[in-house]
Design a protein around this ligand. Sequence first.
Ligand SMILES: [Fe+2]
Length: 332
Amino acid sequence: MDTISSKSNVNKSNIPTFGEDVEVELPTNEHPLIIRAKSNLNSIEWGRKYKNQLNDCLTIYGAILIRGFNIGNAEGFNDLFSTVSGDPIKYENRTSPREQVYNNVYTSTNHPKHQQIHMHTENSYSLVYNRIIAFFCLVPPLEGGETPIADERKLLNSLKQETLEKFNQKKIQYLRNSSPGIGLDWRTIYQTDDKKVVNQYLESNEFEYSWVDSDHLRVKWTLSAFQKHPLTNQNLWFNHMYFGLKCHYNPLVLEYFNEENLPFATYYGDGSEIEESVIQEFRDFYSQNSIVFKWEKNDFLMLDNMMFSHGRNPFKGERKILTAMSQPVDFH
Ligand SMILES: [Fe+2]
């Protein structure tokens, strides 16, 4: 597993140059740290050479956009990602419809293009999550389709103390239903056709579950709202609460489904509703602090999945953004 190199003395006033053939732009409200190739560099050789510096910077800034390299395709993305972040892992306990395109490289999501995907940290509803997530732009969207990102360390500072205390005390409850026509099929979520394997997985994680009928699985579980970052030891907001809010559903969907049958929903750990005033704190934070940049072909965005959340804006035309994840961390 990659870690901060022990000899690192990188800090915000001491950014490595990453070689003469690239330029570095410090993060602003409009873009993350950008490392841009000025000439035709071999991305793998470059990645191998500057891997430690990249990971040091990621641990400080939480997000790096590598731009202007001729990465080319899913294989090139896989190779650069493996070089700097370790081998991509399988996408398990899924929430997003994705296609595997090369090894453990996937399409970022096949959600319909008119839908907004709300801010979240990948797999933060799971007991095992990926510390790193990367995106690669194969075909930039014609219009919209940005991947907004936001610094969750700032979120923690922006929330009211009483809000933090409430989540600390109550934790977060997740509800998930999968059956034909509701959310992802359980076979897709758990990547098996065998119910025994699903049951075993849920039991070993101490998740409450029931087979409502032969093909409808309902699962409920509660997790902490916070997790310690494995490298910095910083306590961070790390959960899927915002993504699963009922207010994010189309009102027609809410009318159609009984609440207990919603594909994915979040509550306080005691099952009570999260108040509108609390939700508004999150809305305000994301509307004021999301970094939204235009995708360019060959963009490689690397996020520390605990430090930065991401989402997706609706789009028009074609859009091909690939994703890969690495460095699994276990909550247990
Ligand atoms: Fe995601």
